[in-house]
Design a protein around this ligand. Structure first.
Ligand code: RFL
Ligand code: PHB
Length: 389
């Protein structure tokens, strides 16, 4: 098999890239190790930045998102029994975010790809990327091994993928931080108890109220690293959420049947560079952020938009200038998102063994946001998203 761009991974990065290339008349093949149902059902991100919404719309993948996505003009910060709303459009010159789950983005992009895109092979596992100057992907599909010859390979294979391994270790620098906590996430069949997301800092730990639709809630609890979801009973989860979201004004958390429960570890990670020869890394394959800033999927979108633009520029002008700048261009935005996600995480989570001094500083950071338009604007700009490229 031969193609212009071999794409490893059919998460949001790989699927959107295939679509952008299709729209530019550039052929590609997508190899995905899991089956279609797995990709369409894996519960993850929920928040799309304005820039991501614009890109999906321009790619023809915006129809259902525009119908079913929930535009959100703010979030609530909850701490010390208080509530503070951050008004995004007022602080950013009109920007907002949209609640539309990653599962739905993937379903829409898969449907488009199967309707009029290039080959998208499920249960096709990339084993290795070989010769990054004239790249080939070795893969296994339907019990047989195959080779995909490519002009370019884009590794969109997530944090546990194989593409990154083809970049020589001596040319690589890795920046990493793990956190001593994770998130226990649940889906529940109950209307969200608030019409906007609530990020709560509590002495017992962080909690987040989010949603998937007007009748489905998505909620998260900070738990110690290494916790298994089964350690928490359903009523125990609701009791703990209720404590952490408690306010002085009688706000109530509605309970409902829990339909899914899982634990996510938290990590910050950046692999530099994001390119070696004709192999490019995009999305979680190159960088991870803790989910507190809702940035992971949006970063993946930024990377593939940058790659697609650079490749189109190359095809139209013959100049590789933008392809050569790919890693540096993406990393500027990546590091801003790493900083923002780190700030949100450390401001809102309770570190085991934190000193009273550190607790007071956390509260002071939150008070500062609630009391200063400049500080609040910084949060609003970060949350609604940094420009692509
Ligand atoms: P993905 O989604 O991990 O997709 C990678 C795909 O590659 C496949 N693969 C392979 N295929 C072939 N051969 C191989 N050898 C392969 N190895 C792997 C995998 O099966 C998979 O299908 O990476 P991508 O496309 O870069 O997308 C990144 C996003 O998924 C991720 O950043 C976000 O989910 C992060 N994230 C959030 N991001 C946001 O922007 N907003 C949010 O609100 C948000 N919330 C979250 C999140 C992530 C979470 N978890 C579970 C980590 C909330 C949570 C709880
Ligand atoms: C989600 O809805 O899954 C979600 C929302 C905001 C975050 C993280 C996850 O910061």
């Amino acid at each position: 098999m031969r193609t212009t761009v071999g794409i490893i991974g059919a998460g949001p990065a790989g699927l959107l890239l295939a679509r952008l290339l299709h729209d530019a008349g550039i052929d590609s093949v997508v190899l995905e190790s899991r089956d279609r149902a797995y990709v369409e059902q894996r519960q993850r991100a929920g928040i799309l930045e304005q820039g991501t919404v614009d890109v999906l719309r321009a790619a023809g993948a915006g129809e259902r998102m525009d119908r079913e996505g929930l535009p959100h003009d703010g979030i609530e910060l909850r701490f010390a029994g208080r509530r503070h709303r951050v008004d995004f459009p007022a602080l950013t010159g009109g920007r907002s975010v949209t609640v539309y789950a990653q599962t739905e983005v993937c379903k829409d992009l898969i449907a488009l790809q199967l309707r009029d895109g290039g080959p998208l092979l499920f249960e096709a596992e990339a084993l290795a990327v070989e010769d990054t100057d004239s790249p080939r992907v070795r893969f296994r599909h339907e019990g047989a091994e195959g080779v995909l010859e490519c002009d370019y390979v884009v590794g969109c294979d997530g944090f546990w993928g194989v593409a990154r391994k083809a970049i020589p270790a001596e040319l690589t620098q890795v920046f990493e931080r793990t956190y001593p906590f994770g998130w226990l996430g649940i889906l529940a069949d109950v209307a969200p108890s608030h019409d906007e997301l609530v990020y709560a800092r509590h002495d017992r730990g962080f909690a987040l109220l989010s949603m998937r639709s007007p009748s489905v809630s998505r909620l998260y609890l900070q738990v110690p690293a290494g916790t298994e979801a089964e350690e928490w009973g359903d009523e125990e989860i609701w009791d703990e959420l209720e404590r952490r979201f408690e306010t002085a004004d009688g706000w109530r958390l509605e309970r409902g049947p829990i339909t899914q429960k899982s634990v996510t570890p938290m990590r910050s990670y950046v692999h530099e560079p994001m390119r070696h020869g004709r192999l490019f890394l995009a999305g979680d394959a190159a960088h991870i952020v803790p989910p507190t800033g809702a940035k992971g999927l949006n970063l993946a979108v930024g990377d593939v938009v940058t790659f697609a633009r650079a490749l189109v520029h190359r095809e139209e002008t013959g100049s590789a200038e933008l392809l050569d700048a790919y890693s540096a261009t993406c990393l500027r935005r990546v590091w801003q998102a790493e900083r923002f996600s780190y700030d949100m995480t450390t401001m809102l989570h309770r570190v085991p063994g934190a000193t009273p001094f550190e607790d007071r500083l956390q509260l002071a950071r939150l008070e500062r946001i609630a009391g200063s338009r400049a500080a609040e604007t910084d949060l609003a700009e970060g949350y609604t998203g940094f420009p692509f490229g």
